[in-house]
Ligand binder design. Structure first.
Ligand code: PLP
Length: 389
C-alpha cells in the first residue's frame, strides 16, 4: 500500500493487543481453549445479554442463527437491499428463499412502513417470512421497536445484522442486548469496529438458541453428558446430534478480540469526533451528510456522503474517480444486493427497490477509522471540496 493512500477503513492494533496474541501462541491451546469463552463473556457483559457464541465470521453467525431459528426449504427470509451480500445469502444457505424490504432514505435502514405493507401482503398470500434480518447500516440502529412490534404481531423471528454496530445503542440499550430481537450478529473483520482478523459472534437471551448455535458451530457434536443418548459409553464419547459445521473461532483470534474490547467505547467516541469534523467541513457542499438520530448513538462504522443531485452536476462516478486519483480510498456501500447477477438470476430486477437504488446512485463512503489523523482527514476534506468545485 502506498503510504500516501488513505483507505476507507482499517484496523487499530496496539502493543497490548499484540502481546495478548503472543501469550496465546505460547500457551497450551491455540483453539478450543479458555480465551474464546472469555471473549464471549466480555462481549455478553458489554451488551448486557446472557448468551454469546463466537464463530469464525459474521457470515457463519448469520447462517447458524437462521438454522437455530428453524429456517429451511420453503421458508422466506427478508433483509435490506443495502447491505453486504452475506445478510441475504444466509437464508439461501438454509435452502430458504430471500426477499428484501426497501430502506428509509434518511437512516438507510429497513423502513418500518415498507415492512408493515409487505407483511400485510405476505400474510394474505400465506408467504410470511420466518425470519427478518434488519441491518444497522453504518452502525445506525434500526427502528427496532417498530420492527419488533410488527414481528410480534405476525409471529416472525428477528436477527439483527449488527456487523457495523458493536458499541452502538438504541434507546439507552446496547446493540446486542437482544431486547427487540431473537439473535444479534457482530462482525470482527478488520474494517469493522473491533477485529479478530476474521470472526463473528451471535448474542441471544435464549438458552436454547445459544445451545443450538454452539452445536452447529462445531459439527453438530456435543460432549455434554446431559445431552447424550448413551451417557455411560465412556470418557471419549461424543454424539453428532445434527449436521453442523466447523465455524469455530480460534483462541489466538479471541485474544485479539478480548484485547480490542477494552478500546471499544473510546473508539466509538473517536469516530464521532471524526464525523463531527467531516460534518463541519462539508456542510456547505452539495451533499447529504449522514443522519445521527437522538434516539440512538451509532457506532459510525462508515461515514457515507450522498451527492445532492438537486444542487450539483457532478456525477458520483466523476467525484469517486477524482478522489481515488487523489489516493483517497473511497468506497461504495453498498451495491443493492438484489441487483447482483446471482440475485437477478432468482428473478429480482432493477427498479424493485427504488429507494435503495436511488441511494446507491449517490453514495460514497469516506475514510473513517480510529487511526485516521486530523491531518489525513483534512486531506480527504480538501480532496472532496476540490472534486465538487
Ligand atoms: C461485514 C459484513 C458481513 C459479513 O461479515 P464477515 O465477518 O466478513 O463474514 C455481514 N453483514 C454486513 C452488514 C457486513 O458489513
Amino acid at each position: 500500500m502506498n503510504s500516501a493512500f488513505i483507505p476507507y477503513g482499517r484496523q487499530c492494533i496496539d502493543e497490548d493487543d499484540i502481546q495478548a496474541v503472543i501469550n496465546v501462541l505460547r500457551s497450551d491451546y491455540l483453539t478450543q481453549g479458555p480465551v474464546v469463552p472469555a471473549f464471549e463473556q466480555a462481549v455478553a457483559d458489554y451488551c448486557g445479554v446472557p448468551y454469546s457464541v463466537a464463530v469464525n465470521s459474521a457470515t457463519s453467525a448469520l447462517h447458524i442463527a437462521c438454522l437455530a431459528l428453524g429456517v429451511g426449504p420453503g421458508d422466506w427470509v427478508w433483509t435490506s437491499p443495502i447491505t453486504f451480500v452475506a445478510s441475504a445469502n444466509c437464508g439461501r444457505y438454509c435452502g430458504a428463499s430471500v426477499d428484501f424490504v426497501d430502506i428509509d432514505p434518511v437512516t438507510l435502514n429497513m423502513c418500518p412502513e415498507r415492512l408493515a405493507e409487505k407483511l400485510a401482503l405476505a400474510s394474505c398470500s400465506g408467504r410470511l417470512p420466518k425470519v427478518i434480518i434488519p441491518v444497522h447500516m453504518t452502525g445506525q440502529p434500526c427502528d427496532m421497536s417498530a420492527i419488533a412490534e410488527l414481528a410480534r404481531s405476525y409471529n416472525v423471528r428477528v436477527v439483527e445484522d449488527a456487523s457495523h454496530a458493536i458499541g452502538s445503542s438504541y434507546r439507552g440499550v446496547k446493540t446486542g442486548g437482544c431486547k427487540f430481537s431473537d439473535i444479534t450478529v457482530f462482525s470482527f473483520h478488520p474494517v469493522k469496529i473491533i477485529t479478530t482478523c476474521e470472526g463473528g459472534l451471535a448474542t441471544t437471551r435464549s438458552a436454547e438458541l445459544a445451545r443450538r448455535m454452539r452445536l452447529l458451530r462445531s459439527h453438530g457434536i456435543t460432549r455434554e453428558k446431559s445431552e447424550l443418548g448413551n451417557p455411560d459409553e465412556g470418557a471419549w464419547y461424543y454424539e453428532q446430534k445434527e449436521l453442523g459445521f466447523n465455524y469455530r473461532l480460534t483462541d489466538v483470534q479471541a485474544a485479539l478480540g478480548l484485547a480490542q474490547m477494552r478500546h471499544l467505547d473510546e473508539w466509538v467516541e473517536r469516530r464521532h469526533r471524526l464525523a463531527d469534523r467531516y460534518d463541519d467541513a462539508l456542510v456547505d457542499l452539495p451533499l447529504i451528510l449522514p443522519a445521527r438520530t437522538s434516539e440512538s448513538r451509532q457506532s459510525l462504522h462508515l461515514y457515507v456522503i450522498q451527492l445532492d443531485e438537486a444542487r450539483t452536476n457532478h456525477s458520483r462516478r466523476d467525484v469517486f474517480d477524482q478522489l481515488r486519483q487523489a489516493e483517497i480510498g473511497v468506497n461504495v456501500h453498498y451495491i443493492p444486493v438484489h441487483t447482483q447477477p446471482d440475485f437477478q438470476r432468482l428473478g429480482f430486477r432493477d427498479g424493485d427497490f427504488p429507494v435503495s437504488e436511488a441511494y446507491y446512485a449517490r453514495c460514497i463512503s469516506l475514510p473513517m477509522y480510529v487511526m485516521l489523523s486530523d491531518k489525513e482527514q483534512d486531506r480527504v476534506i480538501a480532496s472532496v471540496q476540490e472534486a465538487l468545485a
